[in-house]
Design a protein around this ligand. Structure first.
Ligand code: PMV
Length: 340
């Protein structure tokens, strides 16, 4: 079912926003160069609370690069703010914590300045993520803003919006959700999106790059068709095939391979999700075997969750859970390479 994409309404401070994380089913990395990608918003959330800073000691300079970028670009008023962020999305794990932070914060700032459309929000959130990270595609922020399943750079399906950076433009379309459960597991190894994307870019610039890109394109389009036909067997096979390609371009990791091996008996297929070189895997469990898949991953050392596709995307929340200024946001740690 396709839900209408409601704009982010006007709201007054204090307010709070909830933004879903994401997992990429097909096409990460090649999407950066304009290839097709299929991404799901998942029911792990980041919540951002925004209020005017009470009078008192002078403002603390903001050090988080995503927050700095968002405030510099999209907080025209300039009034000092207090932000409170709570995240259920593990950081630097390929599950979209920085995209959800960008989408949630930019939605909140937009709401406080009169509201904005989802297309505007998608463009702004991507500008913030790309500005802070220096590389990347709008796939992650698009999934968090739109909710549900989305596909980038494909021909069929309802077009939601397109997003540009310089000469490059990515179209974002709605994909009907077959309603399956998925299992994600974080390897515990933080990854560096920017350097991994750059390394794959170099790999794809080699003489066999176009052939590799064509294989990425094929597997993502076949994966999209398998999801469209609600065919879990074919979807699983294509997840495995996409993993072989990701391995070939050098972004798998022994810990990811161990998780994939451990979960295999309980699933139709599985792959790393996100930039790789650490981070997480996503698996499509066989019916009734979600908890077995989760247990197998936990035994192999993964932090595993059964997730479903989150249909709503970013939204303002009426009664936020009590939030504190998070000590740890995506981009806060020197070893969180997402921002280098
Ligand atoms: O690892 P993440 O969650 O930052 O996802 C990166 C996905 C890439 O395709 C590798 C980069 C991008 O921006 O699309």
């Amino acid at each position: 079912m396709t839900l209408p994409l409601e704009p982010i309404p006007s709201g007054s401070l204090p307010l709070a926003v909830r933004a879903p994380g994401k997992c990429i089913l097909f096409g990460e990395h090649s999407v950066v160069l304009g290839g097709p990608e299929v991404v799901a918003a998942i029911d792990l959330f980041v919540q951002v609370g925004i209020r005017p800073r009470p009078a008192g000691p002078g403002p603390v300079p903001e050090t988080n690069p995503y927050v700095r970028e968002a405030l510099a670009r999209w907080w025209r008023d300039g009034t000092p703010l207090d932000l409170a962020v709570v995240s259920r999305v593990p950081k630097a794990a390929g599950l979209g914590s920085s995209a959800a932070l960008c989408a949630g914060l930019v939605a909140g700032l937009g709401a406080a300045q009169g509201g904005l459309t989802r297309a505007e929000l998608a463009a702004r959130a991507f500008a913030v993520e790309r500005g802070a990270q220096g590389v990347g595609s709008p796939g992650d922020t698009a999934a968090s803003v739109a909710g549900g399943l989305v596909a980038l750079n494909v021909d069929a399906g309802e077009e939601l919006w397109s997003v540009a950076h310089g000469e490059q433009r990515w179209t974002v379309r709605r994909v009907p959700d077959p309603g399956w459960s998925w299992v994600v597991a974080h390897s515990g190894i933080p990854h560096d999106t920017a350097s991994t994307v750059r390394a794959v870019g170099r790999r794809l610039a080699a003489p066999d790059g176009p052939a590799l890109l064509e294989r990425f394109r094929r597997v993502a389009l076949d994966g999209l068709a398998a999801v469209g036909k609600e065919d879990p067997e074919a979807t699983g096979r294509l997840l495995d095939e996409n993993q072989r390609l990701l391995r070939e371009v050098g972004v798998s990791h022994p810990k990811l391979e161990a998780l994939l091996e451990a979960v295999r008996p309980a699933v139709y297929g599985a792959k790393l999700t996100g930039a790789g070189a650490g981070g997480s895997i996503v698996a499509l469990p066989r019916p009734g075997r979600e908890l077995e898949a989760q247990r197998r991953l936990a035994r192999a050392g993964g932090q595993a969750s059964v997730v479903r596709v989150e249909t709503r995307g970013v939204c303002l929340v009426d009664r936020p859970t009590t939030v504190e200024r998070a000590g740890s946001l995506p981009g806060d740690d020197p070893d969180d390479g997402a921002v280098r």
